[in-house]
Design a protein around this ligand. Sequence first.
Ligand SMILES: C[S@@+](CC[C@H](N)C(=O)[O-])C[C@H]1O[C@@H](n2cnc3c(N)ncnc32)[C@H](O)[C@@H]1O
Length: 258
Amino acid sequence: MGSRKKHRQAEDFEEKWRNRFRQFAKSNDDDAGIAGWSSSGLETRLRYFKREFGEAPKSGIWLDAGCGAGTYTRFLNSGEGQVIGVDYSYESVSRARQRPSKGILWTVADAKSLPFRRETFDGVLCFGVVQALSDSEPLISSLASVTRENGTVWIDALNGWCLPNLWERLKRYIQQRPLHVRYESPFRLVALMRENGLADVRLYWQPILPQALQQYQWLMETQLLFVLFRFVPPLAALLSHSILVVGHRHARKPKRGG
Ligand SMILES: C[S@@+](CC[C@H](N)C(=O)[O-])C[C@H]1O[C@@H](n2cnc3c(N)ncnc32)[C@H](O)[C@@H]1O
């Protein structure tokens, strides 16, 4: 395929998602609906995130990029830091602002070109965005650049190696239909984090069952499966719908002779 055609397809893909997100915010009232998640999907994601992140931050400046209805923004704000929620959809930001959110600053902006100085934030979250972009690199570069030394960047993505996602990719490839969402390779996401100056990158598997199978979700969250995933990563890769990645911004090396 020619590079011009590829470029146009990438633009179309992102434009379709931008419109979808605006529409979700216009036609839904609940956080999950506004973000385009199922209600159980959002609950499970939030639970997995909190398990790794711990309590809301006690200090610092925090960014939630692609904040949607502000579910994670409000969680961050329940601590004592300063929190900013950003989304490129004006409609989503308006919805987020309608909820009790004392002290949170809201901005409409593209996470790929954030209107903040370099090294502004102690921590950045960006959830549900990678899947609506044709490439993760510009986003990760943008998030890493606004993060301070020793600050953390948390990103999630739909796992391209998960069995149902592999099947969906194969089906669409055979039918010559474009993908509806973009699945990411866990290796690539980790590599991109490192290439953008993020160190100690850790990957967490997120096995999330569809809403119709929610009565079995607890099976995916047992200690046994958790331990199995740790020792048999290929199993985790095949069964985890999503991945969560965190990286720490390197402290810059002192200049020689400076
Ligand atoms: C799937 S929703 C997730 C919302 C929220 N982070 C959550 O996990 O509940 C993705 C959100 O990211 C926003 N978004 C997608 N691409 C973006 C971009 N390039 N810049 C800013 N916001 C973006 C969408 O408008 C949408 O509100």
